[in-house]
Design a protein around this ligand. Structure first.
Ligand code: SIN
Length: 415
């Protein structure tokens, strides 16, 4: 039975031609679906015995006439809730992310064939908390390679939402193409009540297939919104939970298709200077918070860079991170909310004066006693309107090119 459905839905060799077999392919995957690999329990859900994966996706009759001339879109699946299957399908209960395959996910949305000739590829099938920087590098290399294909309009990456914003921003920095790359996830598993995955996937594929999406960088498409990967964040764990704060919503996916109202103007895509050739791992960068009474963090992991989320450091924190800079570690400060536009020197004027809180608060640092000249302290770097999480990714990528904090400040000002 399963085999028949696959053949009729024709997702291998990957072109989704659902054609006249309309109702037959209409989300009928009632047969058990095999697990493509180790299923991954989602934090906060039951980790109890693996559900026999899985009663499939609920049937929904739909008539689809595929468009044989539609643009080609490659869907690369990595796992997540969009590929999640519940222990008890059709409930609000526990589920395992990264269970359904790329083929199963796309086959469950027959409407895709109206807008795109969809190909699929399974990159991984995991909860996104298992996604590593090494996987980012492999994924970006793969996308850079497939986008060389003249017949491919764009790429969709299906991904768990927990780490979606990080992967999307890494791709935004390192995919050197003007073709659309759309990252999409879901907050409800595919077998749940009102899953959001199918409509999100449809919107993502329509966006990746659209000529309007060219030159917009990597985007996150969820809940009918098109968000720039630079700004998108998971604000909460329900549908509608992805947002961009004050900046970064580029458009919407309306019933007639994607509509753009804004385009990013900072560096990305073809204008990115980051070349992953010869890069397999990224330099270690740690992330920490500053807080009242804080003395600064010391690290045993020998990082090449550190990002401190802060609205202003204590004197002790300043001293700790200055000492760290003196050892050659690049220290980036990022406003806690990620909404700061002061400090990077990225505008037309000179960088705003920084307040040296150590000099204000530490009497020892401003006495008049003559001291031997100390080695100059390498400057710190200020992130401009980036969350600390994203600043960490930009610093990891920047450190593949240079360790010079002035050059890294230039990078933060441009991307
Ligand atoms: C995950 O990030 O893999 C699980 C959570 C989700 O996709 O919403």
């Amino acid at each position: 039975m399963r085999r028949e459905i696959r053949v009729m839905c024709g997702v291998r060799p990957t072109v989704v031609l659902l054609a006249l077999a309309v109702a037959a392919c209409a989300r009928p995957v009632a047969a058990p679906v095999p697990s493509p690999g180790p299923a991954t329990p989602v934090a906060g859900t039951s980790a109890a015995p693996a559900p026999a994966p899985a009663a499939g996706v609920a049937a929904r009759p739909v008539a689809v006439v595929p468009n044989p001339n539609a643009p080609k879109v490659l869907v690369i699946a990595t796992g997540g809730t969009i590929a999640g299957v519940q222990n008890a399908p059709g409930t609000l209960g526990a589920y395992r992310a990264g269970t359904l395959t790329a083929e199963q996910i796309t086959a469950s949305v027959p409407e895709l064939a109206r807008y795109a000739r969809v190909e699929t590829e399974q990159f991984s099938n995991v909860a996104s908390t298992l996604v590593t920087p090494e996987m980012w590098v492999k994924l970006a290399k793969r996308i850079n390679a497939v986008l060389q294909r003249g017949d491919l309009a764009g790429v969709v990456v299906t991904h768990g939402t927990d780490r979606l914003e990080e992967t999307a921003f890494f791709l935004y920095l390192t995919v050197r193409s003007n073709k659309p790359v759309v990252v999409v996830g879901a907050q409800r598993p595919a077998t749940g009540i009102s899953p959001d995955g199918p409509i999100n996937l449809l919107s993502a594929v329509r966006t990746a297939a659209s000529p309007k999406a060219v030159q917009k960088g990597v985007m996150v498409v969820m809940d009918d919104r098109i968000l720039s990967a630079r700004e998108s964040r998971k604000l909460y764990q329900r549908t509608g939970g992805f947002s961009t704060g004050d900046m970064g919503m580029l458009g919407v996916v309306a019933s007639q298709g994607p509509e753009f109202f804004f385009a990013p103007v900072r560096r990305f895509g073809e204008r990115s200077e980051f070349d992953l050739d010869g890069v397999d791992t990224l330099p270690k960068v740690e992330l920490t918070m500053s807080y009242p009474g804080g003395t600064g963090h010391t690290f045993t992991t020998n990082p090449k860079g550190v990002v401190v989320a802060t609205t202003g450091m204590t004197a002790a924190e300043n001293a700790t991170y200055r000492a760290l800079r003196q050892t050659g570690v690049v220290v980036v400060t990022s406003f806690t909310s990620g909404e700061n536009v002061n400090g990077g020197g990225g505008g037309d004027g000179p960088p705003p004066a920084r307040v040296d809180t150590t000099a204000q608060r530490d009497p020892a640092s401003r006495d008049s006693v003559a001291r031997p000249a100390a080695a100059p302290v390498p400057p710190g770097v200020t992130a401009l309107h980036l969350t600390a999480t994203k600043a960490r990714i930009l610093l990891m990528v920047a450190l593949t090119k240079t360790k010079d904090p002035r050059e890294i400040q230039r990078i933060f000002n441009e991307y």
